[in-house]
Design a protein around this ligand. Structure first.
Ligand SMILES: [Zn+2]
Length: 448
């Protein structure tokens, strides 16, 4: 997720990720303080089809054509990422790139910003760095030109260096805690040695303090290669050659992986199946499939487990492109956990008849969401960028909308068979529960 080591310059409208399903250590940093307050009840919320995030329902009269008139312009720097040993400098560079003074030097006047830029920010994760702008579509070309023209320059004053560094130190200090270490523990437990996410600790205050102006510039020059520009809108993708992005490689622990942390309520658990997918998956098929399981109203698992049996509060599905998995997640009381996992596995065997009955409604709902997604694109833009950069998908929402009706029922039934098979043999099961003392048995980052 998108990783939340974000520099939110514009007010952030993105909802933080769920607090305790940290499939990647990275996603938690920015969310630590507010995450617990953002759980929305199922009926007031919808899951954006390709998002890790729960998005508040948008009133239907907002989805007009005018709001489709937004574009994302983004610059990807694949080599500047947190898996490099200079990870902390990369994080600092991300802050420098999106600082207002640099934007001014690039030619973004106050007038241009006020009139055209809806949202802007930066993000660095274990795989790439991105600076991104959500703009009025008519100014997308102008923004893209400014970005490209200045892509090799940090435009950094010595004076500003210290201020930007000091704000980063604030960020790192505020985000240290159990919350991150539990996510890091999960990564270490499920990824093979050498995977990008487990090469470095992400919050290394000491090495940030040591960074100098000259060293930072040197690291920028060294890794600022293979830069790729993306221009994305509702009906248009302009994507320069997609960069090669590393992936995390899963290793399957024996049995259920149990992680404890003090933020989880006593007596309640969160459970995640991390299910490996084949290399090539049609994004649209997997998106309809996700909807067919976890839509609040028509989702098969939501129906079974919450509406019929009252066993869960929340159940959702998430695509993770950094390790090519689909996750099924639920939260419930500790005593019901086994009952629920058994029920999930059994009920997926009865998927086909359910789908036959509800496929039309499920497709209609997905169409509704795709139509609305672009009207609230600022809050989803990191996920959309991730879908493109890590997922390799460059189909527009407009094109998917056209294709939905033609996706055969059988494709979804086959996809379910594949999920069932993977669930039985390859899936990793992760249980989060309350524990005062963190389990620190997992060995720390291996620097070799
Ligand atoms: Zn940051």
């Amino acid at each position: 997720m998108a990783e939340q080591r974000t520099t939110p310059i514009a007010p952030r409208s993105a909802k933080p990720p769920r607090p305790t399903t940290p499939t990647r250590r990275a996603e938690l940093a920015g969310a630590a303080s507010s995450a617990l307050a953002t759980r929305t009840d199922g009926d007031a919320a919808m899951l954006c089809p390709r998002s890790r995030y729960k998005i508040n329902a948008i009133p239907f009269n907002c989805g007009n054509i005018k709001q489709m008139n937004q574009s994302i312009v983004a610059l990807i720097r694949p080599k500047l990422n947190l898996s490099q040993k200079e990870s902390q400098a990369a994080h600092l560079i991300e802050h420098i790139l999106v600082a207002p003074k640099r934007l001014k030097t690039m030619g973004v006047s106050n007038e241009f910003y006020a009139q055209n830029i809806i949202y802007h920010g930066g993000n660095v994760n274990d795989f790439y760095m991105v600076e991104y702008f959500v703009v009025r579509s008519e100014s997308a070309d102008a923004m893209a030109q400014m970005l490209q023209k200045h892509q090799n320059e940090l435009h950094l004053d010595r004076d500003d260096f210290e201020k930007i560094k000091s704000a980063l130190i604030e960020e790192l200090t505020e985000n240290r805690g159990e919350f991150i270490s539990i996510a890091e523990q999960l990564s270490i437990a499920i990824f093979q040695k050498g995977s990008p996410s487990i090469r470095n600790p992400w919050n290394d205050l000491e090495s940030v303090i040591k960074l100098t102006y000259d060293k930072t510039l040197e690291i920028f020059k060294k890794y600022n290669t293979d830069v790729a520009l993306l221009k994305l809108s509702f009906s248009d993708y302009v994507v320069a050659k997609l960069p090669q992005i590393g992936k995390n490689v899963l290793k399957k622990p024996d049995g259920i992986l149990e992680l404890t942390h003090p933020w989880q309520a006593p007596g309640s658990i969160e459970f995640t199946y991390i299910i490996p997918l084949p290399q090539k998956v049609d994004l649209l098929v997997s998106t309809i499939y996700q909807k067919s399981l976890s839509d609040y109203y028509f989702g098969f698992l939501f129906q079974e487990l919450r509406h019929k049996l009252g066993l869960v509060y929340d159940i959702s599905t998430i695509r993770d492109y950094d390790n090519n998995t689909l996750e099924i997640y639920f939260s419930s009381s500790e005593e019901n956990a086994n009952k629920i996992t058994n029920h999930i596995e059994k009920s997926l065997e009865r998927y086909a008849p359910y789908l036959k009955e509800h496929i039309d409604h499920i497709k209609k709902r997905l169409k509704l969401y795709l139509e609305l997604e672009w009207s609230d694109v600022s809050s989803q833009c990191l996920e959309i960028i991730e879908t493109v950069v890590s997922g390799g998908f460059t189909e527009t929402d407009a094109s998917m909308l056209k294709r939905i009706d033609n996706v055969p029922l059988q494709d979804l039934i086959n996809f379910n068979k594949l999920i069932l098979k993977s669930l039985e043999s390859k899936a990793i099961s992760v249980l989060h529960k309350y524990g005062k003392v963190l389990d620190t048995k997992i060995k720390p980052f291996d620097k070799s």
